[in-house]
Design a protein around this ligand. Structure first.
Ligand SMILES: Nc1ncnc2c1ncn2[C@@H]1O[C@H](COP(=O)(O)OP(=O)(O)O)[C@@H](O)[C@H]1O
Ligand SMILES: [Mg+2]
Length: 497
């Protein structure tokens, strides 16, 4: 004890009190005397004490009654009861009410001093124990905080595989309270059925071998299964059945695996893309040759004298020609995606371009009972004619495919004035429309809802338009129709000279 130990004498016998003062001040104590129980409690609460001498007979209370109140007021101090006569009964009574000891008047000085020293030691030990307990609690809190704040899942299992410890992340991921986890079988509650038996075996093995083991097993998370990589270590196993015998730490690798899977997929796609692009390129030449031969064949058919023979043959030639065209466009889309070439920044007469695209598709629209309407104003966009043709080709085909007999496809072209002038072209149909869930995916490569679709059309449209510095906007109402609007930069003639 660093400062002088405080001694409180509670006695209305002034003479005896003075003796105690003299005796203990000499021994380095600071001694205070009070004559009553009420005054004693006041001091106990206000300043405390290391040791209190309490007389059994006080004017306002009995010493026995006072002891518990003193202990409550100053839990760190000890109380010695002073009694006029010694008996087993009074000794027992003193200890029962919480006094450290009792002393008998008149005092034997040596004995009294020995008792006091003993009591002080007790006080010191208690203070030390208290400090240690606080340190322990603080350290426990720190560890708990670390365990709780980590992103790793932490479980400690007892002999019956109940999770006697589960950190916050573990509870959150599983969606259970620590109490719930402490009362049920960890494997049954937390591990996916397929991996359960194996996980149990691994954990038991780690426990019995007093070693460490790693494995992967699905954790039954509150929002669905999580892929978790587990590390198991055996605990220095405790004696009680509720002691942890094995620790499990788990790292949630669900996202990482998903990323790896996607990376592998896109790598595969990229390889396939290169391969297919090469192939597509190779197909182009024979396709061109076939187109040329077909053209010559058509001319030959035209020269036929026999009307009855010429008509059907010509129809066949036209079917093959349109199929070849389709194939050519598909190849164009594919090559564009697989290895985009640089975009030209020339003047593109959008009016003429849309006329060409519509002329190409009007016959097939008409044959399906679909009306094509146009409201086109002159407009020059800055860009790549071939690519932009591809864009509107795809949009018009989609619009026709979405329409049923009696439908209308409307193509608009206008100039947008204002702070950022642009060319605005839109293709609108009154067809089946796009459900919201589908709308979110239409730009995905290979996403299609059509039995013979490629799912490349809108992917290409967006890629080309974005590479022009433009934007695509789709408005669609399921069952009512779709409007795809394309904004493109205006062409400004370069300054002369
Ligand atoms: N005008 C439209 N009306 C309704 N659905 C459309 C329209 N345009 C595109 N879609 C939807 O978007 C999907 C993707 O279109 P696209 O990329 O052109 O590929 P594809 O036409 O080969 O299916 C289509 O399968 C269809 O579900
Ligand atoms: Mg399409």
């Amino acid at each position: 004890m660093t400062s002088r130990p405080r001694l409180l004498v509670v006695d209305d016998n002034r003479e005896l009190a003075d003796n105690l003062v003299e005796l203990f001040e000499e021994r380095g104590f600071s001694v205070e005397v009070v004559p009553s129980a009420a005054a004693a409690l006041e001091v106990a609460r206000a300043r405390g004490y290391e040791l209190a001498f309490v007389d059994v007979n006080l004017p306002d209370s009995s010493g026995h009654e006072l002891v518990p109140a003193m202990r409550a007021a100053c839990p760190g101090g000890e109380v010695l009861l002073m009694t006029g006569h010694a008996s087993i009964d009074s000794a027992i009574a003193a200890v029962r009410v919480g006094a450290f000891h009792y002393v008998v008047k008149p005092f034997n000085v040596e004995e009294l001093v020995a008792t006091v020293e003993h009591a002080l030691m007790q006080v010191e030990l208690r203070a030390e124990r208290e400090a240690l307990a606080q340190q322990l609690a603080a350290s426990e809190r720190r560890y708990r905080d670390v365990v709780d704040s980590t992103g790793v899942l932490v479980f400690a299992l007892d002999r019956d595989a109940r999770a006697v410890i589960a950190n916050r992340r573990a509870c959150d991921t599983v969606g259970a309270s620590a109490e719930e986890l402490a009362s049920c079988d960890f494997f049954a509650r937390c591990i996916g059925a397929e991996a359960r038996a194996l996980a149990r075996k691994r954990v038991d093995a780690a426990r019995d071998a007093k070693g460490a083991i790693e494995f992967e097993a699905v954790l039954l998370g509150r929002n669905g299964p999580r892929s978790v990589r587990w590390h198991v270590t055996s605990a220095a196993s405790g004696a009680r059945s509720s002691d942890a015998v094995v620790y499990l730490t788990g790292v949630d690798v669900t996202e990482r695996l998903e990323l790896e899977r996607r990376a592998a997929e896109s790598e595969a796609l990229a390889h396939m893309g290169t391969l297919a692009a090469g192939l597509a390129h190779e197909i182009r030449n024979p396709l061109n040759a076939a187109g040329l031969q077909l053209h010559l064949l058509g001319r030959g058919v035209d020269r036929l004298q026999d009307e009855g023979e010429r008509g059907p043959l010509k129809a066949r030639v036209e079917i093959v020609a349109s199929e070849l065209k389709r194939l050519e466009h598909l190849l164009g889309d594919f090559l564009e995606l697989a290895r985009p070439r640089p975009i030209a920044r020339a003047s593109v007469d959008m009016h003429a371009l849309l006329d060409r695209v519509l002329a190409l598709h009007e016959p097939s629209a008409q044959s399906r009972g679909i009306t094509v309407q146009r409201a086109l104003r002159p407009a020059l966009a800055r860009g790549d004619t071939e690519r932009l043709e591809q864009v509107f080709h795809n949009l018009v085909v989609n619009a026709i495919e979405a329409s049923s007999e009696g439908g209308t496809v409307t193509v608009l072209l206008e100039l947008e004035t204002g702070s950022q002038p642009a060319v605005l072209a839109s293709v609108q149909d009154r067809g089946r429309g796009i459900p919201a869930a589908t709308l979110a995916r239409v730009y995905e490569p290979f996403f299609t809802t059509k039995p013979a679709g490629t799912g490349l059309g809108l992917t290409i449209v967006r890629q080309i338009v974005q590479r022009h510095g433009g934007a695509v906007l789709i408005d669609s109402i399921e069952g009512q129709g779709t409007r795809v609007s394309i904004r493109l930069p205006l062409y400004f003639a370069p300054p002369a000279g």
